[in-house]
Structure formats: C-alpha cells, structure tokens
Design a protein around this ligand. Structure first.
Ligand SMILES: Nc1nc2c(c(=O)[nH]1)N[C@H]1C(S)=C(S)[C@@H](COP(=O)(O)O)O[C@H]1N2
Ligand SMILES: [Mo]
Length: 507
C-alpha cells in the first residue's frame, strides 16, 4: 500500500530511523576497519580529525580539565553530537526523506574526508568510511520507506515489517561492530616476547641508585606513569614488523629492524620525562628506568651532513617531533631509542616497540613514541606537530619544584609539620631546595639521592607553625647553581615557571 502524501512519521520513529542509520554505518565501518586496517575506523578517524583541527587553547583546556580522560571525553562528545544530529535531522524528515538522506550523506562525506586527510593515510583506509557511508545511506532509505508505509496504512503487516527491519539492522550492527572491535585487537603478544628477550640480554646497568622519602616513589610504576599523546587508538605495532628509517641530510640512509636494534649494545638509563603542559604543581612528570640503544650512535652510523640542525621524528600514527641534532649528538647527553621500561618491554601506551627518550627536553620535542622515521633536516625546513600549533621550537626543561606535602588546604596539627616534594632540572640536576613559610627566612631541605641529573630529586623538611592559616613557598637550585626563576609563566609556549606555593591550616 502506498502511504498518502499527508503521512507524517511520529517523532520517535523518525529520530529512531536516523539514529539506526548512523549506528549501522558506524558498525559497518568498524567491521571493515577490523578486517582491513583497525585504525581506519570512521569513528576514530573523525575523532583524530577533531584532535588535529582543534585550536590550541581548546586542546590545552581539554588536557587540564580532563587529563588522561580527554580521549574518552572526546569520543563521548562526538557521540553526543551525532545524537543531536539524529534528533534534528530525524525531526526534519518526518514527511520527506530528503533532509535525512542529505544528513547521512554529509556525515559519510565527513568520514571519508577525515580519513583522507590523516597524515598516515593509505588508500585501503578508504574502504571503511566508504562502506559506512553506503550502508548508512541504504539503511536510512529502506527504514524510512518502511516507516512511511506502516504510518500511512497502520496495518499489522507493514508495522511488523518495519519492526523486523529495525531489529535486523540493530542486531547486525551490534554483532558486526563488536566483531570489528575484536578483529582490531592484536593477536600475537609481541610484548611478552620482547620482555623475555630483554631479560635474557646483557645490559650495561647504570651505577648509583635513587631514593625517596616514601611519598612520591623515585621510580614511577608503569601503570602510574603519566601518559600524553594524540592517539585515540593506541598504535598496536609488533616488534617483528617494526622498522626505523634514518634518512634526509645523511651520508648513508639506514633502515633498522627490531633485531638490528637489539644487536647493538643495550644500556639502562633512569630518566624523568616531563610534559611541557605540566602546570606548576602538576603531575605530568614521571621517572622510569629505560633500556635502549644510544641514539647518537645510530645517527652517527647514518652520518648527519653539516647544517642538518633538526632530527625530525615521526611515529607510526603520524605525530612528529623536532629535536636539535646537536643535543642528540652531545657527549654524555644519553638520548636513547628505548625498548624497555622498568624491567619490561615498553607498554603499548608508552610507545611499544620503540620510542625516543632524550634527557633534558620536554616530551613534545623529543620523546616520540611508536617512532618509525628519523629525518635529518633543518628547523627552517620542517615544523613538528606542536610547533605548528604555537609551541616553542626548542623545549629545554626548566627548573621546577613541586610541593607534595602538606596537600593544598590540608588541616594539620600545630607544631612541627613535615613538608616534602620533588624538584627537577634535567639534565643539570638539583643541588638545593629551600622552603619558606609565611614569607619567613628560607630553610634548606634535606635531599634524597639520585642516579644523576636526568631525574627528579626528592626533598623534605620540617616547619614549626602555630594555629592558623599558612602559606609555604619552595624554590630549587639546579646543578649549575642557578636559582629557579620566581617569575610566573604559563605552560604555553615552552613550559611553566614560578615558585610553587601551598596554603594549609594548623589547628
Ligand atoms: N607518537 C607520539 N609520541 C609522543 C606524543 C604523541 O602525541 N604521539 N606526545 C609526546 C608528549 S607531548 C609527551 S609529554 C610524551 C609523554 O610520554 P608518555 O606518555 O610515555 O609519558 O610523549 C611524547 N611522545
Ligand atoms: Mo607533552
């Protein structure tokens, strides 16, 4: 039976039809991505595009407001936008399919465009968004037609046909989307193999040890290590498939496999990584014992040409960093191509199988995870990911201190109060930390041992306070004798400065 011209879908039906079309499209995309290339999932590709295009202040806000949860927040946000689109376009297609059809088509084109503009784009990545767009288009047309039929005639048969169609689409979406997610997961545990190989390998251990005062641990467990990256889906690489190309302004272009890397001398180095986005008092800083090969040796093997002042590194997911060549070649700097972290292979989120670790530089200019490409070039010729977004070209770490005790606005008993925290100034190290309460004289804190200047240093002390509110400030001096600057600076463009302060109450 033909629906009459006056047929108007009920609002929930119209919205539901559009929503199902979007869900079916995403599920189909996920399934094809799982079969062909897991990172080509249209949902993730759109998320990636949002991350790429987001203005710097928005990204900084997301990082400080949501921290490591910024990725789930973004994906939920995209879901909410799709829901709103479904409601709007659904309501607009209660009588005619046109608006809904156009909306589904535009979403499909957006998915394809997001994929095609990804820096890691490969032609096969187009399969998932194209199939998704086709499925969404077709499902919307079919469901909308059936909904019109049953609304217009209101007989049991057309109603059942419509409901059956929605059940089939919904069921297939759940099964297909779920299968796509499962298919996208790695099948062989390459990490376990690498962990075993590292355990069996001979590694030049670092001498010396670091200690702490039982508060912030000197070595951060891998599960607590801060994580910052632009990857919505953590790149799932296998050591067996990995290779690193060293090229550009070099005498001999090199390609190293993972076996080539492990055939080189392995060294262990304890390094504190620090994010340039770490606010004064922030927690985007952690320390690990990294195992890897000397990056300087690999660069020298390729033979950098004079004038190549930048080593431009690229990760498998297209993120880039630019590191000064002279820093990487500096004697004693100790930059690594790291493969191990705290006694195991690098965790997937921290760059498995290989990442860069450069003591003394903020992560955004040096710590490339999932690194697959090193190009010797110039700073004039190429701009890296965060540099393009307004951050400084070079990122030497600034001397900073943090107060971990007392906690902000803590209430403590009057009398002797323990104060403690961390200070860092890689690679110069920390020679002194001082604290002052309520503008009083500076007292020198006790310092814990460190492996060397490439890590943070724990400090503690004690202050005598009477009842009332108090403010404590802290300042560190680096290994060269330079006092940390008091001038407050924001994280943008090249790292926060200022003496940290904490307000607490004694009773
Ligand atoms: N591939 C890739 N590597 C990356 C990043 C990234 O976004 N992608 N972020 C960098 C930044 S800004 C920092 S601070 C460090 C953080 O390393 P972590 O997550 O292991 O702590 O990784 C760096 N390496
Ligand atoms: Mo960072």
């Amino acid at each position: 039976m033909k629906p009459s011209l006056a047929t108007t879908l009920r609002a929930p039906v119209a919205i539901g039809v559009l929503l199902l079309a979007i869900v079916a499209a995403l599920a189909a995309g996920q399934l094809v991505a799982g079969l062909v290339a897991p990172s080509s999932s249209p949902f993730l590709q759109v998320g990636d595009a949002v991350v790429r295009l987001a203005p710097a202040p928005v990204v900084e806000f997301a990082k400080s407001a949501f921290g490591t949860a910024d990725k789930p927040v973004l994906l939920v946000g995209i879901g909410v936008v799709l829901l709103l689109v479904a409601v709007g376009a659904g309501l607009a297609s209660r009588r005619f399919a046109t608006v809904g059809q156009v909306t589904v088509g535009v979403l499909g084109v957006l998915g394809i465009a997001a994929t095609a503009t990804n820096p890691t784009f490969a032609p096969t990545d187009l399969l998932a968004p194209v199939v998704a767009a086709g499925v969404g288009w077709w499902v919307f047309r079919e469901l909308h037609r059936r909904a019109m039929e049953y609304t217009g005639s209101a007989d049991g048969i057309t109603r059942r046909r419509f409901l059956q169609a929605t059940a089939v689409v919904g069921g297939l979406s759940v099964v297909g989307g779920g299968a796509g997610v499962l298919l996208g997961r790695p099948t062989i545990d390459s990490r376990a193999v690498v962990t075993a190989r590292l355990a069996a390998a001979s590694v030049a251990r670092e001498t010396g040890a670091g200690t702490d005062f039982g508060l912030t641990p000197y070595l951060t467990p891998n599960t607590d290590f801060y994580r910052i990256d632009t990857a919505l889906r953590v790149p799932q690489l296998r050591a067996e498939d990995w290779s690193l190309r060293v090229h550009g302004m070099v005498d001999r272009e090199l390609t190293l496999t993972f076996d080539d890397l492990l055939a080189r001398p392995l060294v262990e180095r304890t390094v504190t990584l620090t994010c340039v986005s770490n606010d004064v008092g922030g927690d985007l800083i952690s320390t690990a014992r990294f195992v890897g090969v000397e990056l300087a040796d690999v660069l020298r093997a390729a033979g950098p040409r004079p004038g190549a002042d930048q080593v431009f590194s690229t990760s498998s997911d297209g993120w880039t960093a630019g590191t000064p060549t002279e820093v990487l070649l500096e004697p004693g700097r100790g930059a690594l191509l790291a493969v191990g972290m705290n006694g195991e292979a690098l965790p997937t989120e921290h760059g498995f199988p290989v990442r860069m670790v450069v003591p003394g530089l903020y992560g955004y200019v040096s710590a490339t995870k999932w690194v697959t490409d090193l190009e010797l070039t110039t700073f004039a010729a190429r701009e890296s990911y965060w540099e393009q977004r307004g951050w400084g070209e070079r990122g030497p770490i600034k001397t900073e201190a943090r107060i971990d005790l007392p906690r902000p606005f803590a209430a403590v008993p009057a009398g002797a109060v323990t104060v403690a925290g961390i200070a860092w100034s890689q690679p110069r190290g920390i020679s002194r930390v001082e604290y002052s309460v309520d503008g009083g004289p500076w007292a020198e804190a006790e310092l814990a041992d460190t492996v060397g200047g490439d890590t943070w240093r724990m400090w503690r002390g004690s202050v005598e306070v009477g009842a009332g509110s108090h403010t404590m400030r802290v300042r560190a001096t680096d290994g060269t004798g330079a006092l940390q600057t008091e001038r407050a600076a924001d994280v943008l463009p090249d790292g926060a400065t200022g003496w940290p302060a904490v307000i607490f109450t004694a009773r």
